[in-house]
Design a protein around this ligand. Sequence first.
Ligand SMILES: Cc1cc2nc3c(=O)[nH]c(=O)nc-3n(C[C@H](O)[C@H](O)[C@H](O)COP(=O)(O)OP(=O)(O)OC[C@H]3O[C@@H](n4cnc5c(N)ncnc54)[C@H](O)[C@@H]3O)c2cc1C
Length: 206
Amino acid sequence: AKSGIRNVAVLEKDYLSSGSTGRCGGGIRQQWSERMNVRLAMRSVDHFKRFESEVGFDIEYFQGGYLLLAYTEEEVSLFEKNTKMQQEEGLDVVLLSREETAKIFPFINLTNVKATAYCPSDGHANPHLTTFAYARAAQRMGVEILTHTSAERILTESGRIIGVQTNKGQIGAEVIVNAAGGYSHEVGRMAGIDLPTESYKHQISG
Ligand SMILES: Cc1cc2nc3c(=O)[nH]c(=O)nc-3n(C[C@H](O)[C@H](O)[C@H](O)COP(=O)(O)OP(=O)(O)OC[C@H]3O[C@@H](n4cnc5c(N)ncnc54)[C@H](O)[C@@H]3O)c2cc1C
């Protein structure tokens, strides 16, 4: 919609923020072991820094930093490799000894910690506020957000997409964006595409 495309509709089979986004930790970190992930995350951080002025909503974005702890020599080697690559990408990450960490973070229990990786520009935001901010900003630009509306079939004619069958009727469309997250494989199959994505149940403890 921002680039001038008209007649955009977003179908959400449930309610806004009902998928992974509404259940996630909201962490926005750039410390990854894959160079491409680091680049993507750094670009995201640039975006999040401008979010309030560009999108017009406070999403509780805060750059409080991420401190990763290495407990084994293998983890220390990995941290050395990762922080070197991340610094090459221009990330403000540092590898700290236990003593250096204790000086900056005197209240952390560093028992058995051998080294840490600290990136002060990592942070977090509120996932619900972020989803609703995008939705409201999109609506202001004329986008229709249709909740409780599931894509059930992608309609084609002579090999071209002509629309989507939903639980509430048909919608004509020449272009369909598959943004179904963990369901992207199922939605891809509606168009005869076998996406190499799989969903797994997993748990995070803290
Ligand atoms: C427990 C947990 C913690 C996480 N913590 C973090 C974190 O701290 N930081 C981080 O960056 N990432 C985190 N993630 C990953 C992050 O949540 C996901 O990568 C991200 O939310 C994916 O967004 P999405 O829009 O692609 O998918 P979703 O948010 O899942 O959105 C897809 C939407 O598509 C809808 N949908 C599916 N099929 C259809 C259909 N046929 N018709 C209509 N609608 C449909 C779903 O209902 C859903 O709402 C975490 C994930 C989990 C599960």
